[in-house]
Design a protein around this ligand. Sequence first.
Ligand code: ZN
Ligand code: ZN
Length: 318
Amino acid sequence: MSTAESPRPRKPLVGTVRDKPLTSARIITLTAIVVPPLALLSITGLLWGVAVGPVDLIMFAIMYVLCGMGITVGFHRLFSHRAFKTTPFMTAVWAILGSMALQGPVTQWVTDHRKHHALSDKEGDPHSPHHGHGPGWKGVLKGLWHAQVGWLLTTKGLERGERYGKDLYGDPLIRRIDRLYMLWLALSLGIPFVVGWAWGGGSLWLGFQCFVWAGLLRVFVFDHLTWSVNSICHMYGRRDYATDDESRNFWPLAIPVFGEAWHNNHHAFPGSARHGLHWKQVDLSWALIYGMEKVGLAWDVKVPTQERQAIRKAKSAG
Ligand SMILES: [Zn+2]
Ligand SMILES: [Zn+2]
């Protein structure tokens, strides 16, 4: 008999919780993640001395770190997971810095994120690359697109705190910061312009140049790298803990997203202020929280004990 009558079952392109993701899915994901930053680096090299200067890159770095930490330390670890406590002043600072990353107001960000944890890679997860995208290559591409940016236009902000963000929607300080979102947006893009303008002795062109680099491009780079946690860290990397989802630790992203790429650790211990649980797992957000704790600006800092980690790991191995 011909083999056509008994075809071998086709493997799905995206692995299940216990499978490793297949090579095709890895290649698609890595290409989509690696190409834009490389393109940006090339443009920087080409334009050096022509349309980019030291002040643009210094401001890029400063704004990247401040607004980026606003997301990772503020929106994520402080507001979404209450992994530590801090003063009302620092609470406001973190909410404002996070807003300046232009990923949306804090209430919306937190409700979407808590929903992601509650329904991870299942129906209702706002940005799963796995659920509901169909089989084959088309499904992989659709899932990747959805987890990276598509969800911003479709499933972001569907919940308004009825279930996942009650504490924040009921907090007058947070609501006030939310209402001023357009001011934070203006500062996020306006500060680079003013610095470039002043540095250039009142040159509008140099102000515009700094606005492009430290405003627009900085937002573009950081936001895509953090959204890569939604896509790549649910598709590619190590699973140290058997969580009920597809989360993974993907080390190459750890430094640019300030430790958020230890995403499997994070799904295993969502309440932990520390995501890089081993000294080799660089986690700059944790370094900052640790520093804040040492100077009295953070307390009730939650980190799983070595024993708890060992028990969880043993369960995962068994
Ligand atoms: Zn996740
Ligand atoms: Zn989280």
